[in-house]
Design a protein around this ligand. Structure first.
Ligand code: URA
Length: 259
């Protein structure tokens, strides 16, 4: 039964400061397990307590995990210095200090971006040693060529001499300008540079998975959803590339083709 002060518990999970929590508690606006608690220094069990502030449940997890379907034109940073930040797309009720995009998508790239304040998880996910695979769908300027499969599997050398880890690639059935590609690393503009190295050109790029996190088809561009901690644990259990790409039907490939 890990005991923790109520104000610490709430301030770690929301944007309320300790002094705001003290005032809200005194005003009877804080409930723990269904009862009003008026003292913000009361001790609660952080594993089991159900806490609500002004009638809104406080997330049980200390950390927040948000999956964003990044639209074109936003930058994957916490500030607006180089363009409008993806953080602007987080609805106010999900905002919390310390959130940042765990990983990068180019300004013109689309798709799955995890936003969290869990630095340890982000570090584990982004560490080159973890090799968390990411699957992208790309729209190419020229038709997919079957020789790409062997070239990418062997580990392609980019135009500047940088060597890539082996990657899986496959064209989308009945559509020779769309392809899936799975990477286990994240070099700068990597997918675009890999296709440039085989004299093709990526016109549009969308990330569909980050490890086991799969972008839901009903999550529109610019929309985000809060993930439960158990969903995030799936991060390290990715789908099989060939199963995923074979069974992938839908809205996002239609979008890639028609836009
Ligand atoms: N590779 C790219 O070229 N761009 C991205 O945004 C992600 C991977």
């Amino acid at each position: 039964m890990p005991q923790i002060r109520l104000d610490k518990y709430i301030s770690e999970r929301t944007d309320y400061s300790r002094s705001q929590i003290k005032n809200l508690a005194a005003a009877g606006k804080i409930n723990v397990n269904g009862s009003v608690v008026k003292k913000s220094d009361a001790k609660i069990d952080s594993d089991t307590a159900e806490v609500a502030v002004c009638g809104n449940a406080v997330a049980a997890s200390k950390f927040r995990y948000i999956l964003l379907n990044k639209p074109d034109g936003y930058v994957s940073s916490t500030t607006d210095d180089d363009g409008i930040s993806v953080m602007e797309l987080i609805p106010p009720e999900l905002r919390k200090k310390g959130l940042f995009p765990a990983g990068r998508l180019d300004k013109d790239s689309l798709g799955a971006l995890l936003i969290t304040d869990d630095g340890e998880l982000a570090h584990r996910m982004l560490s080159p040693k973890s090799h968390v695979p990411k699957i992208y769908i790309v729209k190419l300027a020229r038709s997919f060529e079957s020789k790409y499969v062997d070239i990418f599997t062997e580990g392609i050398t980019l135009g500047n001499g940088e060597k890539c880890l082996p990657a899986k690639v496959k064209s989308v059935e009945n559509c020779d300008k769309l392809a899936f590609i799975e990477l286990h690393e994240g070099k700068y503009h990597q997918v675009k540079r890999m296709f440039a190295a085989v004299e093709n050109h990526v016109e549009k790029l969308m990330r569909l998975t980050v490890g086991g996190l799969i972008l839901p088809e009903n999550l529109g561009f610019g929309q985000c959803m809060e993930l439960l901690h158990k969903d995030v644990e799936n991060l390290f259990e990715p789908p099989d590339f060939y199963d995923f790409s074979t069974n992938f039907v839908g809205y996002f490939s239609a979008f890639m083709l028609n836009n």
